[in-house]
Design a protein around this ligand. Structure first.
Ligand code: GLN
Length: 240
């Protein structure tokens, strides 16, 4: 969709809405704006995702800050957020663990729509946590989200983390883990393979490593009767 992309890039440079481009269609661009537009178009033509160029991604009700260190939040993941909120209910006041917090999109949406809950967002990447922190400062309504660096594939780290931060264990876990297998990864579009963090997309294995870890550590992590909400790949439901 070249026209749409060009319009969104220009709207970003002019700090206006896409719609406003049509209202001011005869406004000439100054030299700075033309040069900026040339630079942006070159980057996009090189297949860099629009969201990384304008450092913005829309997700659920909000505009998130993103950069190339985090996965671009996807519309499918909004379904996970909606489902989790509907299932737990607005008055839910338990502890929720978000595994692989990325830009903070899932955690922040849950924190704002479940204001009595307490969200623990973990990620192995300090760069991702930094982006999540920026988004929390911008979008979080209450102070009900905490961010931690943690490797979910390391059971020892998980046990220590829970003993220290949530000894009663979690009431719910939510995750959109890297679930693309290494074989499928090779066939993804260049926008993904050349620009998005590989660590956020594939587990470098069969795509099930993170679900295995969640299952194996579930007794350590969640209370009896607790719930796990996950995004999964399209042919993975049987195995999971
Ligand atoms: N939690 C973030 C999202 O769902 C990041 C997930 C990831 O990096 N795999 O968009």
């Amino acid at each position: 969709s070249p026209r749409l992309n060009a319009e969104l890039l220009l709207a970003d440079i002019l700090k206006c809405k896409r719609f406003d481009l049509y209202l001011n269609f005869d406004r000439p661009l100054n030299e700075y704006e033309i040069n900026k537009m040339r630079e942006y178009l070159k980057r996009r033509a090189n297949r860099e995702p629009l969201q990384y160029i304008i450092n913005k991604a829309y997700f659920y009700k909000y505009e998130f800050y993103v950069n190339s260190k985090v996965l671009i939040p996807r519309p499918e993941t909004e379904i996970l957020v909606e489902h989790t909120i509907n299932f737990l209910g607005k008055n839910f006041n338990g502890n929720i663990l978000d595994i692989g917090v990325g830009a903070g999109n899932i955690s922040i949406c849950l924190a704002n729509d479940l204001p009595d809950s307490k969200i623990f967002g973990i990620d192995i990447s300090t760069d991702a946590l930094e982006a999540a922190r920026i988004n929390s400062q911008k979008l979080l309504k209450e102070n009900n989200l905490n961010l931690y660096i943690l490797d979910i594939l390391n059971s020892k780290e998980i046990i220590e983390f829970i003993e220290k931060n949530c000894p009663d264990k979690f009431d719910a876990i939510v995750a959109n883990p890297p679930y693309v297998s290494i074989d499928e990864y090779a066939n993804l579009q260049k926008e993904i393979t050349d620009f998005e963090p590989k660590i956020a997309v594939t587990d470098n294995g069969d795509g099930l490593n993170f679900y295995r870890s969640i299952a194996e550590n579930s007794e350590t992590m969640i209370k009896r009767g607790g719930k796990i909400f996950c995004e999964i790949g399209k042919d993975q439901s049987e195995s999971i």
